[in-house]
Design a protein around this ligand. Structure first.
Ligand code: NAP
Length: 251
């Protein structure tokens, strides 16, 4: 199945799982828009790597938790590539390890603004461009949930787990809402994946510390998540919508 010329936007595409999705997609023939929030160098380096390999890519800044940024980001894709076929809602954050009875309003507001409102805002913009009801040609959306959505992350970050529970519900609801408009919506639930997100939450040793709790007794690689995302985006998943795929080593 050829994807040559199709356009993919990945939020948080500059590092970790998002970067693995961008690289795999570019290799498959997608033209890729690599979104980032603040680390321009990582995004520009990835876009350059894709172009050096013969692909098409550009880096686009935008905080998914800021509506004006989200609108500008999608307009940048319109301007650069002129279409949108695939969208990955990947940008997401954790926070410091804490109990719920220690969590500030500011922490909760940031968590929900980026992980939940940001994902819904971005999906809104994607659906506006993809839905046949709005003159689009259809498309595919994949949301990044987490195994935390089913585990709850007690004593660590229940707020993060709840934000990913919201992504699961949003995936099911949006999938059914646009199922007859040419748009498929699915999610992937990664388990413990070796990226910088753990250090960003103040736990650089988290992967090594909990590796043994995974039935497979190892962490996952970003590329292992990216393969599931790419399949869900592809025409090979043409009858799959509203599905949530665990990529968690059995966890
Ligand atoms: P990561 O390594 O920390 O990378 C995060 C990416 O998101 C970066 O490109 C970052 O850009 C971008 N980003 C952060 N905040 C943003 C915002 N407000 N707006 C736009 N972009 C933003 O994360 P990851 O581990 O790859 O995680 C990717 C997704 O998978 C997240 O949704 C996460 O919750 C989920 N997930 C991860 C794991 C895991 O173990 N790694 C497990 C389950 C689920 P900058 O570089 O500019 O900051």
């Amino acid at each position: 199945m050829t994807v040559a010329g199709r356009v993919l936007l990945v939020t948080g595409g500059s590092r970790g799982i998002g970067a693995a999705v961008c690289l795999l997609a570019a290799g498959a023939g997608y033209r890729v828009a690599v979104n980032y929030a603040s680390n321009a160098a990582a995004a520009e380096t990835l876009a350059a790597e894709i172009k050096a390999g013969g692909g098409e890519a550009f880096a686009v800044r935008g905080d998914v938790g800021n509506e004006a940024d989200v609108i500008a980001m999608f307009e940048a894709v319109d301007k650069t590539f002129g279409r949108l076929d695939a969208f990955v809602n990947n940008a997401g954050v954790v926070d410091r390890k804490a109990r719920v009875d220690e969590m500030s309003f500011e922490r909760l507001e940031r968590m929900m603004r980026i992980n939940v409102i940001g994902s819904i805002l971005c999906a809104r913009e994607a659906v506006k461009r993809m839905s046949t009801l709005r003159g689009g040609k259809g498309g595919s959306i994949v949301n990044l949930s987490s195994a935390a959505a089913t585990l709850g992350s007690p004593g660590e970050y229940v707020d993060y787990a709840a934000s990913k529970g919201a992504i699961d519900t949003f995936t099911i609801g949006l999938a059914r809402e646009v199922a007859n408009e040419g748009v498929r919506v699915n999610a992937v639930r990664p388990g413990i994946i070796d990226t910088e997100i753990h250090a960003s939450g103040g736990q650089p040793g988290r992967v090594a510390a909990i590796r043994d709790t995974v039935p497979m007794k190892r962490e996952g690689k970003a590329k292992e998540v990216a393969h599931a995302v790419l399949w869900l985006l592809s025409d090979e998943a043409s009858y799959t919508t509203g599905s949530i795929v665990n990529v968690s080593g059995g966890r």
